[in-house]
Design a protein around this ligand. Sequence first.
Ligand code: LLP
Length: 419
Amino acid sequence: MDHFHYQDGVLHAEAVPLPRIADAVGTPVYVYSRATLTRHARVFRDALSIVPSARIAFAVKSNPNLAVLKVLAAEGYGADVVSGGELERALAAGMAPDGVVFSGVGKTDAEMTRALEAGIGQFNLESLEEGLELAEIARGLGRTAACALRVNPDVDAGTHGKISTGKAENKFGVPFDRAAAIYARLCAEPGLAMRGLALHIGSQLSRLDPLEAAFTKVGGLMREIRKSGYAVTHMDLGGGVGVPYKAGEVFPQPADYAAMVARVTADWGVTLMFEPGRVITGNTGVLVTRVIRVKEGAVHPWVVIDAAMNDLARPALYDAWHDFAAVAPNGQRITANIVGPICESSDTFAMARDIDDVTRGDLAVFRTAGAYGATMANTYNSRAMVPEVMVDGDRWAVVADRIAPATILAAERVPDFLV
Ligand code: LLP
């Protein structure tokens, strides 16, 4: 469910016609719907109200825009951050420091120091080495770091290989059979307060059974650790719940996910923590683009648009599908290839796709672009950094400026030895 709909033949974000934004801001531009964001945040949160104690830390990486984080902070969300930059954003958005979880395999000393000083709620440790380093920093600051140990459950998430994180060959977490010993070792470390386990097996999961298998496995480990006399009060179940990218696809709903979690964890007696990203922000945004021209092709026409792989990287990186729709469809359909202007063949959004008939100057959107869209944008081919807009009813505002190539050029220097 989202709030992008046609009214009088023109696609609107809530009550704002998309051409109004495109004309004012230019294209390409990401447009987010506040109502959609709020709705997804509430549906997920309400679904989890069936478990006795749940804390939700939004995976900032999926959409770190400050306005997006503000909306989620107001809905009571904490933040799952993976860098000092994400930590500062979460704090700037007004998220409570103790609702912040710091994940990631490569936390630097500087990042851990800053996070300790800010008083974040939990570090998800990815290794024994990291735990020992954090303990030393915490002792130096006279603080204690609340920690979970991220375990690699060696479960196949059944998703794209590049966004799979829970197999033994992936870099994430500690090996399952070493986890109990590492947990015990870290419990002996002054400066750390070990309180639980964490896992995250991958993103864009279309089924719940890999999650259930992983939760069950890590639940067994929790029992083993408790039997050895160590406390486990928090279990962080990560994110990963997928969303449909193609009209008509059926995906597990937050209520199905919550029911499975409640069943598997019924006797755990812990505070459960969650790190959803895509399921909150995916449907919240579209990428609005304008057709530059339609070029004749050997088999199908090439619809050349002004958005490219630098603006929306997912198709090039993961062969991802994003539905494409004209903003003001003329009722005709064509079979075409959709490509951006960048000079490499991976700048292809779709091949031989049945789409709305579009022609030079027409506006169109890629749907479900609110997660891992703008945040993965770059300026390859010296293109601008794509801007972002948020709509709220009949109001809208630019929430991230377009950064012009000239601004990026101005940050570059020619060294003395070249002149
Ligand atoms: N927690 C951790 C530790 C993660 O690594 C991730 C995502 C999440 C939570 C949130 O996962 P979600 O609920 O969004 O599936 N750029 C890729 C997705 C990369 C996901 C990385 N980690 C894409 O565009 O599909």
